[in-house]
Design a protein around this ligand. Structure first.
Ligand code: UDP
Length: 234
């Protein structure tokens, strides 16, 4: 199965312990390796929220576009670390691609090239989002999943094991959805993914599976299971 794995920046950090955590990056890397070694074709869209987000532009009193540019570069830094960790811990071939040109560090994102890498069993890390401001990496996750004909988007989260009807950190009786329609997610503003990404997922019938990766799960089993995390579909 070809999967688009969305790795949020926070999955590469450990709470307040800093921008990056070796343990967190190693954990995400081991999940990606497990998926690839068990026969899945894996494209990864990496976020940058552990480093910078466009929404912090007002705190910094700078233009939103500039904050987004920093955020996009953050996704590249995360992508480099993920590539390095996967290569250091497996025999997988990895390609880092970017929607923002970084010729000294990685390849330009070209759909047909990415498809070829996937067909050859290479793990493809997609950084730089979509290369334009005013979106987060949620939208490119769904967009690349459509472009690269992925069976679903697997969202790897830290600190939460699925989608809840309210915030489980503040509401102890919050309930996790096992399945959820995209329409309900949009109507109830459930917040696990941007609205624009959900609308695109609905239009193109993309399935999204949200799972927690800091809970000791076997990610390969989780992909095949309805009981783990939350499955979101049309
Ligand atoms: N970003 C952008 N264009 C894109 C993707 C990302 O401008 O196509 C910027 C945006 O400011 C975003 C930041 O990069 O907030 C980091 O990405 P994101 O917030 O999605 O990271 P995550 O929450 O997944 O860690």
């Amino acid at each position: 199965m070809r999967l688009l794995v969305k790795v949020s920046g926070e999955a590469l950090a450990e709470g307040s312990a800093g921008v990056f955590s070796d343990a967190a990056i190693s954990r995400v890397s081991s999940h990606l390796v497990a998926l690839a070694e068990r026969g899945h074709e894996v494209a990864v869209v990496v976020g940058g929220g552990n480093i910078f987000r466009g929404t912090s532009s007002s705190d910094w009193n700078i233009e939103h576009v500039e904050a987004d540019n920093v955020g996009m570069l953050g996704t590249i830094a995360n992508g480099i670390l993920l590539r390095a960790k996967v290569e250091a811990t497996s025999n997988l071939e990895v390609r880092l691609m970017s929607a923002v040109d970084i010729p000294a560090i990685g390849e330009k994102y070209i759909r047909r090239r990415a498809l070829r890498h996937l067909e050859k069993g290479r793990l493809v890390i997609l950084s730089g989002g979509i290369g334009q401001p005013f979106v987060t990496t949620d939208y490119p996750s769904v967009q690349r999943a459509v472009e690269l004909e992925c069976a679903s988007v697997l969202c790897l989260k830290n600190g939460i094991d699925g989608v809840y009807d309210s915030d489980p950190k503040t509401k102890p009786d919050a309930k996790r959805y096992r399945t959820l329609s995209i329409e309900t997610a949009i109507t109830n503003s459930l917040g696990f993914m941007d609205r624009s990404a959900l609308v695109l997922a609905k239009q193109h019938n993309v399935h999204v599976h949200v799972i927690g990766v800091d809970t000791g799960i076997d990610v390969v089993d989780a992909v095949a299971s309805d009981a783990v995390g939350t499955r979101v579909s049309r």
